[in-house]
Ligand binder design. Sequence first.
Ligand code: 9MR
Length: 380
Amino acid sequence: MPSSPERVSRRACLTLAAAAGMAMSAAPALAQSPSLDTFARARGMRFGGAVGAGRPGRVNGSYADPRYWALLASECGVIVPENELKWYALHPAPGVYTFERGDAMQAKAAAGGLEMRGHNLLWHRSQYLPAWVNDHDFGSNPGAAAEKLLVDHIETVCAHYPHIRSWDVVNETVDETTGQMRETVFTRYLGTEVIDIAFHAARRAAPHAQLVYNDYMSWEPADANHRDGVLRLLERLKANKVPVDALGLQSHIQPMGQDVGKLATAQTAEWVRFLDSATGMGLDLLITEFDVADKHLPADIAVRDRAVADYARAYLDLTLSYRQVKQVLSWGLVDKYSWLQAETPRADGLPERPTLYDGDLKAKPLREAVAQALRSAPSR
Ligand code: 9MR
């Protein structure tokens, strides 16, 4: 007899509480039941959330909070380290790899029966590459040396995490304004083929993993050039037989206070056109970094939470109507740990409310909207 969802999440909760070294009696009863992963599974998907150590002096990380791990265990089937597998975290100097934090996350995830996905093997933006890579002396044969550096990194990281079944291989290489590929030290020596090289290396190093191109083009009208640029890139990769399996829709969405009932049909039509084009290339889809920025919404919390939930529901209903979407990951589950607090503060200085749970780990209307969207999605 299978356990009830409540039993599963309680057991996972206790296992993780133990893994986090906390007293069992301190484990809070915060689980909503059934869990979001239960709803997702019923439709052939998985639900997950990001967890991270935060940025010192800016946002405290969720990683050190045992209640957060208990929440992950109760709601999720998958976690993704928010920063800990990035090049700057794993490979801080030439030939030096620091896997400790990623390994600790993997151990906690495994203890709770959670899968861990990988983010990311190449964040193709100079500001997020370590300074030593940007300034590296690639010697007299820089093309070969740049390729070796990139391939060695991908091989080393994939070999260290053989259980990861889905990798963001390349993150954000398309410029949001121009739609062109961003230039980095790698394009200087390898041209646009750096992206092809990364995917081929990932396929060799992680032959059973889903290989994802991940970016933040979204359904908002302002993202038209970004969407077009991503489609052009994907078309080129497909034409060159580059092994890209899926498109990661980051889904950092942003309501402007509009009436959701009247969301411009142009906006939804453009998103449908974009998703049709991507899936028409044979790509799967994932929602990789879902959250809802509320900086353009009124201060009143009830009004704000409602608007966030309604906008998210409209976005998720449309996006999950594509059976190619197999995973939905939230970029954090608790408002106070969201990257948005520091990166895009509200003009009125109030804390943002972009995730499913508030600072006391109480479920918000957005949690219910996600649950309803998962339940209403077609099976896949
Ligand atoms: O949420 C992440 C934040 O803690 C980091 O400081 C930042 C830089 O590494 O990256 C944030 O996550 C980004 C993700 O890796 C890629 N898509 C955009 C996310 C939000 O900026």
